[in-house]
Design a binder for this molecule. Structure first.
Ligand code: BGC
Ligand code: NOJ
Length: 814
């Protein structure tokens, strides 16, 4: 069952009933000011950092779900009836409800009692504000006398503090109101130089800034007292819960349309100009008033909206494909690329499943995310790499997370996730392949952000590699530390205290537990590093890296192979994890995908055997499960993985992030049918028809789909912020469609289903547009290229000489 449809021409998903199985959200903003908006206008906004500069308030885990947001109420002043065109919070029986989630904007509207209304929400490029543009049309044959009420609840900045330290916060809330604009200035009197504002394009009849005055005691947003009464009380918040609410009157003749703009924004004043007059405690508004005036103007709003559309069109133009599969096209051309930009902006910090409080930017996550966005925003990828590298520790290890506002490593979580450092090599290699910008390797970057410790980025990569060589275990495999990619395989944790965090609790200084996954990652990263070293003329280093890689490959073959598949790890007792010898957790997906992806076993049959084992033991119609059999009880020596009920998350859920590793591995062994089949099983668009089961948004990937051991097999959870976005994008564009940036140029080597007669693609690469047409002549994966009409040796086409902006590549598959 569907709850809407894809409007591919407009690059929108159109939701046609408000009661989606879960709130289906979108992101507003793509630079510094961000918002999350649900299909019923729920959600919140923040400036740069979801924790430290939260603009509007949100209460998580609310029951009923998704209350609090950017709510607009309409009231018929003749009958006193009121409703919200976005359905929430009043939940009236609306006609023609639609929510159009587009790229960086959301339009929600409906018709009720002969009044059509919709609001367009978006953040203009280069501005720290959001626009709510309300359009109201009277479809009655009589004039309509309406009131419009806007509402937003301010967060007192630090979202964590706001939710926990309310004994203080109940006393600190402060606002000012001037010319109908509401200024939220909590803590401005002391150490903040920023404030929020909420302005309106019309003359207002009144305002409220105290939540209780607006909603009424013991009421919620669904039935605000002030709206019911038809009159705001011009309340000024002193402590408690500051809000912003405006009241505007509209008189509409039959078929008449009128519009109102509401602006919610964030503004910083220079420290020396905080107050006006300077000796007062009044916010200096001179600096912000021009911005407010600009965006209360409809022509400016039109222009800003158009700019935003062009911006996204430009980003997406980098890679567009036309294949025989509509779901592939839609995801590659629109939604998967768009989701990759969301993971670039948010990492795992703020979604409807991540509070924005706990986690900042993850080291491994952000490096992997690069694989999905580097082609769209290379300059910002460069900056991200340098920020990440600056949180690397002198040991070569890395802070697992850092706060985006301060760019400092997060001490609560600390370090010692032994896979982390290698992802920096993977990320940097992806950047180099895409851009050819070798200068990044010479950038001086500090360790742990300590001034004076700067070394060229290249040295950081060397330390990343060395980190593992300094930490090998009894079998010659890398020690796992706190965890590897699988955060829940906690082999040194031994936690027996209820409620203790597996992520932050003190671990054993483990010298035994080893990870086959890190071994595979080491092989992949080591090859990349060797190639980078070769291109920098460091011949002796190349030999050293390749020798270490070869040794590790041998070790994996000898110590990391279980007969029919790759082992997963050795635990603290030196016992196998992910082996047929185990009672549960006999086979894991990560090492099957990643060893083969890293090239291990391609020449000795192990790769093929591992892929057959995945197909036999792990593949389900809803995707490939993380491991089997699921752990049925808690294992002290395995940690969080066994804390989840069978079928969920890392305990045998379909953890979508690692499915693309198997897709890529299948292309490596030449099986395009299977690679694409696995791709289709978790493709959100392909799952749209089962939305009542899938439950999450059909336009973005979710972190997890419940595995076959779960009673809810097929149900997705934790949508949006997941490495699944980048890896699927990477797998389908670079390995299945085979359009792959390499150090030398753009390689074109598809491994697609046998039934595909061909496909087309355009790819912007290092300033050149490649127009690619693939035609299948035989059933295999042999590739013959013609470039601009001439036969071409090999499969890599370097970015042509200066001046040539377009190149045509004809590809024949035999
Ligand atoms: C989740 C993991 C996540 C980890 C770190 C665990 O509870 O299952 O997927 O990586 O938390 O926040
Ligand atoms: C989500 C985390 O963000 C990521 O870092 C980790 O690799 C996966 N969970 C698997 O545990």
């Amino acid at each position: 069952m569907k709850f809407g449809y894809f409007d591919d021409a407009n690059r929108e998903y159109v939701i046609t009933r408000p009661d989606t199985p879960l709130p289906w959200i979108n992101y507003l903003g793509c630079q510094a000011y961000f918002g999350i908006i649900s299909n019923t206008a729920g959600g919140y906004s923040f400036y740069r950092d979801a924790r430290l500069r939260r603009v509007s308030r949100y209460r998580y885990n609310n029951v009923p779900y998704d209350l609090g947001g950017r709510y607009i109420y309409l009231r018929d002043d003749v009958t006193g009836e009121f409703w919200s065109p976005s359905w929430q919070p009043t939940r009236n029986d609306l006609e023609g409800y639609t929510c159009r989630h587009g790229l960086g904007y959301t339009i929600i509207g409906s018709r009720y009692s002969g009044i059509e209304a919709h609001s367009t929400y978006f953040v203009p490029l280069d501005e720290d504000l959001e626009i709510w543009r309300l359009t109201v049309t009277n479809r009655r044959s009589q004039p309509a006398y309406l009131s419009v009420y806007s509402s937003i609840e301010f967060c007192l900045w630090d979202a964590n503090d706001d939710a926990t330290n309310f004994q203080r916060n109940f006393s600190i809330g402060e606002v000012e109101v001037e010319d109908g604009a509401i200024y939220h200035k909590t803590e401005y009197r002391e150490r903040r130089n920023h404030f929020a504002y909420f302005a309106c394009s019309r003359k207002t009849e009144g305002f409220d800034t105290q939540r209780e005055a607006f909603v009424g005691p013991y009421r919620g947003w669904e039935k605000p007292l002030a709206v019911e009464r038809g009159k705001l009380s011009n309340s000024v918040a002193h402590g408690w819960a500051p809000i912003g609410a405006h009241h505007v009157k509209l008189e509409l003749g039959p078929e008449e349309t009128q519009e109102v703009i509401f602006l919610l924004g964030y503004h910083e004043n220079p420290q020396a100009q905080k107050f006006d007059p300077p000796a007062s405690q009044t916010v200096n508004k001179k600096t912000v008033k021009p911005v407010i005036a600009k965006y209360l103007n409809f022509a400016e709003v039109d222009a800003a909206f158009e700019n935003l559309r062009q911006y996204w069109d430009g980003l997406l133009a980098v890679c567009q494909v036309e294949t025989p599969d509509v779901h592939t096209n839609r995801m590659v051309n629109i939604w998967n690329a768009y989701q990759c930009m969301a993971t670039f902006n948010m990492s795992r910090s703020a979604s409807f499943y991540e509070s924005g409080i706990g986690r900042g930017l993850g080291f491994r996550d952000s490096n992997q995310d690069l694989l999905g966005f580097v082609q769209m925003v290379p300059a910002r990828a460069r900056e991200r790499i340098l920020d990440l590298a600056a949180t690397q520790l002198p040991s070569g290890g890395a802070y697992h997370q850092y706060q985006p506002l301060t760019k400092r490593g997060n001490n609560d979580v600390g370090s010692n996730f032994n896979d982390d450092p290698h992802w920096l090599i993977v990320g940097v290699a992806a950047y180099l392949k895409e851009t050819g910008d070798w200068s990044i390797l010479d950038e001086p970057v500090p360790y742990d952000n300590a001034p004076g410790s700067e070394q060229p980025l290249y040295e950081h990569l060397q330390r990343s590699f060395q980190y593992t060589l300094d930490r090998l275990g009894p079998h010659g495999l890398p020690l796992i530390g706190r965890a590897d990619w699988n955060d829940c395989l906690n082999l040194n944790c031994f936690s027996d205290t209820p409620g203790q965090s597996f992520q932050t609790t003190t671990n054993k200084e483990g010298k035994v537990a080893e990870s086959v996954f890190i071994a595979a990652l080491f092989v992949l990263a080591g090859r990349e590093l060797a190639e980078i070293a070769r291109r920098r003329g460091r011949t002796d280093e190349v030999q050293r890296y390749l020798a270490a890689v070869a040794r590790m490959e041998d070790t994996v073959r000898e110590q990391g192979w279980d007969g029919e598949w790759f082992l997963r790890a050795y635990d603290d007792f030196g016992r196998k994890v992910g082996s047929k010898e185990c009672a549960e957790g006999k086979i894991f997906i990560e090492t099957q995908g990643f060893c083969v992806l890293a090239g291990i076993g391609l020449d000795d049959g192990r790769a093929q055997a591992a892929m057959e084992s995945v197909a036999k033991h792990l593949a389900t119609e809803h995707g490939i499960i993380l491991q089997q059999p699921a752990y049925s009880k808690y294992y002290l020596e395995l940690g969080e993985i066994s804390s989840y009920p069978p079928g969920y998350k890392e305990n045998a859920g379909i953890f979508c992030h690692n499915n693309p590793w198997v897709m890529i591995a299948e292309t490596q062994v030449g099986n395009g049918d299977r690679a694409h089949d696995y791709y289709a099983r978790i493709n959100p668009s392909a799952r749209e028809a089962i939305s009542e089961l899938h439950r999450c948004e059909p336009y973005v990937y979710a972190q997890m789909i419940a595995g076959r051991d779960a009673p809810t097999h097929g149900e997705a959870k934790n949508s949006w912020l997941t490495g699944t976005a980048a890896w699927n994008y990477y797998a389908v564009t670079q390995w299945i469609l085979g359009i792959r940036p390499t150090f030398e140029g753009l390689e074109i080597r598809p491994v697609v289903p046998k039934s595909w007669r061909g496909f087309k693609a355009t790819r912007l690469f290092r300033g050149v547009t490649y127009n690619i047409a693939v035609t299948r002549e035989g059933e295999g994966n042999q590739v013959a290229l013609e470039v601009d009409g001439e036969p071409w040796e090999g499969t890599v086409v370097p970015a042509p000489v200066k001046g040539q902006r377009e190149v045509t590549v004809e590809v024949t598959l035999k």
